[in-house]
Design a protein around this ligand. Structure first.
Ligand code: XMP
Length: 492
């Protein structure tokens, strides 16, 4: 019995419709436009915006990943580089922003006031934690405690001027609880201690300031970090070691293959999942049957397996479908997998990946069950994507290439070959080209989110999950012509 999503786009009758083939049916809007809520979630992670940047080497490295997380989405770092480089990138994301300083500058109680003053100046900080030789917190000294008296300043010790009744927070304290303590006691620094009162970090009012109130954060207030991985465990000992270190900085691993409905890959991922403590998104797949298999026939740890990513051959730089004749347009794939999720595991997340050409394509993905969308096309031309800005006929452009393109294979190390079927070495499944340079990703996110919100207002859906109940219809060729600007003198 076909489920609702496939029925909506006639996939139950064998049609493989794409975004251009459908339009969302307008609906009754009972809420104010500024009440539209585009926040979403995947497993335990919450996102202010339902958008991800693709795991491609011309789209997401640490700069893009940091900016995407700050803006409330997620950037998935690509895997077409050495394990050392991947480690470097995920470390940068995790260290980009946190509400707790981990390597806290301390002084012993017998330190001279002059020395404490010079350390504050050297580290450009306004205070130091005073700790004994076991790292137990026994005081705090700030620039406000420094004496005016010259003799005291030149000869006094920190223990004579420090605050002794130190308010501390317990390891694992939430951002909100820390803010409450700082405010309640009107203090600016909160040392964080473990069960033995040993110093493990410091939270300051300055670090809690919400410069990016929508940021995607982990439990410790650091940016969420996602990395693409191969479906098989690395073979070299050295790489396995770095891979395990990488896992300390990554919240979500994205298994990154063109077709994840393969026995060998499915078994490989089981081994990786059993060995690493992180969440996993699996993909890409394109059919109800593939999702049904992964949700019912494979013994994955369901606390770790949080979402499926779907769409095959639909990316703007993909040539899989023309090279092999096989594909699953993203709209079709999303509906297929959404039905399987509804039937077997309604909590499983769903990411519609690739094929978005116009802003209006994004809301369409949510009507067939997506929780988030992923795009490379919209982000490859941003300032934060890797690569330099070129000029072609006076227009600024950046390179955008498929991970299965000839050009992506030039990277030393064969890291990307297992993304495709065996003969990617001789038969590329992607192309390399240019996209217009569009400046900072913030502007692009602003456009994409406005498009989604406006679509939701017309559709009458206040939340992303309400979009799942919205109807869509297939348009005819003349319907499509009519729904774009037409019959004008110039080229619009
Ligand atoms: P867009 O439409 O945003 O699609 O350009 C990005 C998605 O396309 C996938 N991808 C590829 N698929 N050959 C393919 O068949 C490739 O070379 C290739 N490179 C990327 C990927 O899922 C990405 O998120």
């Amino acid at each position: 019995m076909p489920g609702n999503y496939r029925k909506k786009i006639l996939a139950d009758q064998g049609w493989m419709h794409a975004f251009d083939d459908v339009l969302i049916k307008p609906g009754f809007t009972s809420f104010d436009p500024n009440e539209v809520d585009i926040s979403t979630s995947l497993g335990p992670y919450n996102f202010s915006i339902p958008i991800m940047s693709a795991a491609m080497d011309t789209v997401t490295e640490e700069r893009m990943a940091i900016q995407m997380a700050l803006l409330g989405g997620l950037g998935v770092i690509h895997r077409n580089c050495s394990f050392e480089k991947r480690l470097e990138m995920v470390k940068k994301v995790k260290r980009a922003r946190g509400y707790m300083v981990e390597n806290v500058a301390t002084v012993p109680p017998d330190c001279s006031i002059l020395e404490a003053k010079s350390r504050m100046e050297q580290f450009e900080i306004s205070g130091l934690v005073v700790a004994d030789d076991q790292q137990k917190v026994i005081g705090v000294v700030t620039s406000r405690d420094l004496p005016f008296d010259k003799k005291m300043m030149n000869h006094g010790l920190v223990k004579d001027i420090m605050t002794k009744d130190v308010i501390t927070g317990k390891e694992g304290i939430t951002r909100e609880a820390a803010a409450e303590l700082l405010y309640k006691h009107r203090i600016e620094k909160l040392p964080i201690v473990d069960d033995e009162c040993k110093l493990v970090g410091l939270i300051t009012t300055k670090d809690l300031k919400p410069d990016f109130p929508k940021a995607s954060l982990d439990k410790r207030g650091r940016l969420l970090c996602a990395l693409a991985i191969s479906p098989v465990m690395p073979e070299k000992k050295e790489e396995i070691k770095i891979f395990k270190e990488i896992a300390q900085y990554v919240d979500i691993f994205f298994v990154d293959v063109a077709d994840f409905y393969k026995k060998k890959d499915i078994e490989g991922v089981k081994e990786i999942m059993d060995n690493l403590n992180a969440s996993f998104v699996l993909g890409n797949i394109g059919t109800f049957e593939a999702a049904e298999f992964l949700l019912t026939k494979v013994d994955y740890d369901r606390d770790k397996f949080i979402a499926l990513k779907v769409g095959m051959g639909s990316g703007s730089i993909c040539s899989t479908s023309i090279q092999t004749g096989v594909g699953a347009p993203t709209l079709f794939a999303t509906a297929q997998i959404a039905d399987a999720i509804e039937k077997y595991d309604p909590k499983m997340g769903l990411i519609a990946d690739g094929g978005f050409k116009n802003l209006g394509d994004l809301p369409k993905a949510f009507t067939v069950g997506a929780d988030m969308i992923m795009t490379g096309h919209f982000f490859a031309g941003c300032s934060e994507s890797p690569g330099l800005v070129d000029t072609i006929q006076g227009r600024k452009v950046k390179v955008y290439r498929g991970m299965g393109s000839k050009e992506a294979r030039f990277v030393e190390g064969d890291y990307i070959f297992d993304r495709y079927s065996k003969d990617m070495k001789t038969l590329p499944e992607g192309v390399s080209d240019y996209v217009p340079f569009v400046g900072p990703v913030e502007g692009v996110i602003d456009q994409l989110t406005t498009g989604i919100k406006n679509g939701m207002i017309y559709a009458g859906a206040q939340k992303i999950k309400d979009m799942k109940d919205v109807e869509i219809g297939i348009v005819t060729v003349s319907g499509k012509v009519e729904s774009e600007p037409h019959d004008l003198v110039g080229k619009w």
